[in-house]
Design a protein around this ligand. Structure first.
Ligand SMILES: Nc1nc2c([nH]c(=O)n2[C@@H]2O[C@H](COP(=O)(O)OP(=O)(O)OP(=O)(O)O)[C@@H](O)[C@H]2O)c(=O)[nH]1
Length: 140
Protein backbone atom coordinates (compact mmCIF):
# COMPACT_ATOMS: atom_id res chain seq x y z
CA UNK A 1 0.00 0.00 0.00
CA UNK A 2 1.36 3.43 -0.90
CA UNK A 3 1.15 6.19 1.64
CA UNK A 4 0.17 9.72 0.64
CA UNK A 5 2.97 12.22 1.19
CA UNK A 6 2.08 14.77 3.87
CA UNK A 7 1.13 18.09 2.33
CA UNK A 8 3.72 20.84 2.71
CA UNK A 9 2.59 24.46 2.58
CA UNK A 10 5.09 26.81 0.92
CA UNK A 11 5.45 30.07 2.81
CA UNK A 12 7.64 33.07 1.85
CA UNK A 13 9.27 35.10 4.61
CA UNK A 14 10.86 38.53 4.19
CA UNK A 15 14.03 39.43 6.06
CA UNK A 16 14.08 43.19 6.30
CA UNK A 17 17.50 43.97 7.75
CA UNK A 18 19.09 47.27 8.74
CA UNK A 19 22.23 48.00 10.80
CA UNK A 20 22.60 44.46 12.22
CA UNK A 21 18.90 44.40 13.09
CA UNK A 22 15.96 42.66 11.51
CA UNK A 23 12.24 43.44 11.54
CA UNK A 24 9.95 40.85 13.11
CA UNK A 25 6.17 40.87 13.44
CA UNK A 26 3.99 39.28 16.13
CA UNK A 27 1.12 37.03 15.09
CA UNK A 28 -2.13 38.37 16.53
CA UNK A 29 -4.67 36.64 18.75
CA UNK A 30 -6.77 34.11 16.86
CA UNK A 31 -4.07 33.38 14.28
CA UNK A 32 -2.03 30.20 13.97
CA UNK A 33 0.92 30.61 16.40
CA UNK A 34 -0.61 33.70 18.04
CA UNK A 35 1.95 35.59 20.12
CA UNK A 36 4.94 34.21 18.19
CA UNK A 37 7.29 36.52 16.29
CA UNK A 38 7.90 35.85 12.61
CA UNK A 39 9.48 37.23 9.49
CA UNK A 40 6.59 38.86 7.62
CA UNK A 41 5.22 37.06 4.59
CA UNK A 42 2.68 34.34 3.97
CA UNK A 43 1.51 31.39 1.94
CA UNK A 44 2.65 31.30 -1.68
CA UNK A 45 -0.44 31.20 -3.86
CA UNK A 46 -0.81 28.96 -6.89
CA UNK A 47 1.20 30.31 -9.82
CA UNK A 48 3.01 32.88 -7.69
CA UNK A 49 6.78 33.16 -7.23
CA UNK A 50 8.11 33.69 -3.68
CA UNK A 51 9.11 37.21 -4.76
CA UNK A 52 5.60 38.04 -5.99
CA UNK A 53 4.15 36.56 -2.83
CA UNK A 54 6.35 38.75 -0.62
CA UNK A 55 5.48 41.94 -2.51
CA UNK A 56 1.77 41.10 -2.21
CA UNK A 57 1.96 40.15 1.48
CA UNK A 58 3.94 43.24 2.53
CA UNK A 59 1.35 45.40 0.73
CA UNK A 60 -1.59 43.53 2.32
CA UNK A 61 -0.14 43.23 5.81
CA UNK A 62 1.68 46.59 6.18
CA UNK A 63 0.72 48.74 3.20
CA UNK A 64 4.35 49.12 2.10
CA UNK A 65 6.09 48.51 -1.23
CA UNK A 66 9.23 46.37 -1.18
CA UNK A 67 11.66 44.71 -3.55
CA UNK A 68 12.96 41.22 -2.98
CA UNK A 69 16.69 40.54 -2.99
CA UNK A 70 18.86 37.53 -2.24
CA UNK A 71 17.62 34.19 -1.01
CA UNK A 72 18.58 33.53 2.62
CA UNK A 73 17.63 29.93 3.46
CA UNK A 74 14.75 27.50 3.76
CA UNK A 75 13.31 25.71 6.75
CA UNK A 76 10.99 22.73 6.65
CA UNK A 77 9.01 22.37 9.85
CA UNK A 78 6.26 20.05 11.07
CA UNK A 79 3.80 21.74 13.41
CA UNK A 80 1.22 19.46 15.06
CA UNK A 81 -1.46 20.72 12.63
CA UNK A 82 0.51 21.53 9.46
CA UNK A 83 3.82 21.15 7.66
CA UNK A 84 5.45 24.21 6.19
CA UNK A 85 8.41 25.02 3.99
CA UNK A 86 9.57 28.51 4.82
CA UNK A 87 11.58 30.26 2.08
CA UNK A 88 13.35 33.36 3.36
CA UNK A 89 14.58 36.25 1.20
CA UNK A 90 16.08 39.63 2.00
CA UNK A 91 13.69 42.48 1.24
CA UNK A 92 14.20 46.24 0.90
CA UNK A 93 11.66 48.96 1.54
CA UNK A 94 10.80 51.08 -1.51
CA UNK A 95 8.02 53.24 -0.11
CA UNK A 96 5.38 53.55 2.58
CA UNK A 97 5.16 53.56 6.36
CA UNK A 98 4.46 50.31 8.15
CA UNK A 99 0.79 50.12 9.16
CA UNK A 100 -0.28 46.98 11.03
CA UNK A 101 -3.18 45.28 9.22
CA UNK A 102 -2.79 41.71 10.48
CA UNK A 103 -0.10 41.55 13.18
CA UNK A 104 -0.42 43.13 16.60
CA UNK A 105 3.19 44.40 16.87
CA UNK A 106 6.41 44.81 14.95
CA UNK A 107 9.89 45.47 16.30
CA UNK A 108 13.55 45.60 15.35
CA UNK A 109 15.73 42.93 16.91
CA UNK A 110 19.51 42.68 16.87
CA UNK A 111 20.37 39.66 14.73
CA UNK A 112 22.56 38.36 17.56
CA UNK A 113 19.48 38.36 19.86
CA UNK A 114 17.01 36.80 17.38
CA UNK A 115 17.31 33.33 18.86
CA UNK A 116 16.36 34.68 22.30
CA UNK A 117 12.91 35.96 21.35
CA UNK A 118 9.70 33.92 21.09
CA UNK A 119 10.15 33.09 17.39
CA UNK A 120 7.88 30.75 15.44
CA UNK A 121 9.69 27.42 15.51
CA UNK A 122 10.06 27.23 11.72
CA UNK A 123 11.98 30.51 11.81
CA UNK A 124 14.71 29.30 14.16
CA UNK A 125 16.93 27.75 11.42
CA UNK A 126 16.56 30.96 9.39
CA UNK A 127 17.58 33.06 12.39
CA UNK A 128 20.58 30.78 12.89
CA UNK A 129 21.68 31.33 9.26
CA UNK A 130 21.36 35.12 9.69
CA UNK A 131 23.46 34.99 12.84
CA UNK A 132 26.06 32.86 11.10
CA UNK A 133 26.20 35.26 8.11
CA UNK A 134 26.67 38.18 10.49
CA UNK A 135 29.58 36.46 12.17
CA UNK A 136 31.36 35.61 8.93
CA UNK A 137 34.58 37.56 8.45
CA UNK A 138 34.36 40.12 5.63
CA UNK A 139 36.47 39.06 2.63
CA UNK A 140 39.26 41.53 1.82
N1 LIG B 1 4.39 34.62 7.23
C1 LIG B 1 5.05 33.77 7.99
N2 LIG B 1 4.42 32.62 8.36
C2 LIG B 1 5.11 31.79 9.13
C3 LIG B 1 6.43 32.07 9.57
N3 LIG B 1 6.86 31.05 10.35
C4 LIG B 1 5.85 30.14 10.43
O1 LIG B 1 5.86 29.09 11.03
N4 LIG B 1 4.77 30.59 9.68
C5 LIG B 1 3.52 29.85 9.49
O2 LIG B 1 3.29 29.70 8.10
C6 LIG B 1 1.91 29.89 7.80
C7 LIG B 1 1.84 31.12 6.90
O3 LIG B 1 0.65 31.39 6.48
P1 LIG B 1 -0.01 32.85 6.60
O4 LIG B 1 0.88 33.88 7.16
O5 LIG B 1 -0.60 33.08 5.26
O6 LIG B 1 -0.95 32.53 7.77
P2 LIG B 1 -2.47 32.41 7.96
O7 LIG B 1 -2.67 32.60 9.41
O8 LIG B 1 -3.17 33.29 6.99
O9 LIG B 1 -2.71 30.91 7.59
P3 LIG B 1 -4.09 30.18 7.55
O10 LIG B 1 -4.80 30.74 6.35
O11 LIG B 1 -3.70 28.73 7.40
O12 LIG B 1 -4.77 30.50 8.84
C8 LIG B 1 1.19 30.11 9.11
O13 LIG B 1 0.71 28.87 9.57
C9 LIG B 1 2.31 30.59 10.03
O14 LIG B 1 2.06 30.29 11.38
C10 LIG B 1 7.07 33.27 9.16
O15 LIG B 1 8.21 33.60 9.49
N5 LIG B 1 6.32 34.10 8.38
Amino acid sequence: MTQARPKIIDVAAGVFAKDNQVLVARRAKGQHLAGKWEFPGGKIEHGETPEECLCREFKEEFDVTITVGEYVAESIHKYPDKNIRLLAYYVTLISGNFTLKVHDAIKWVEIKHLLQINLAEADIPIAAVLEQQENQPVQP
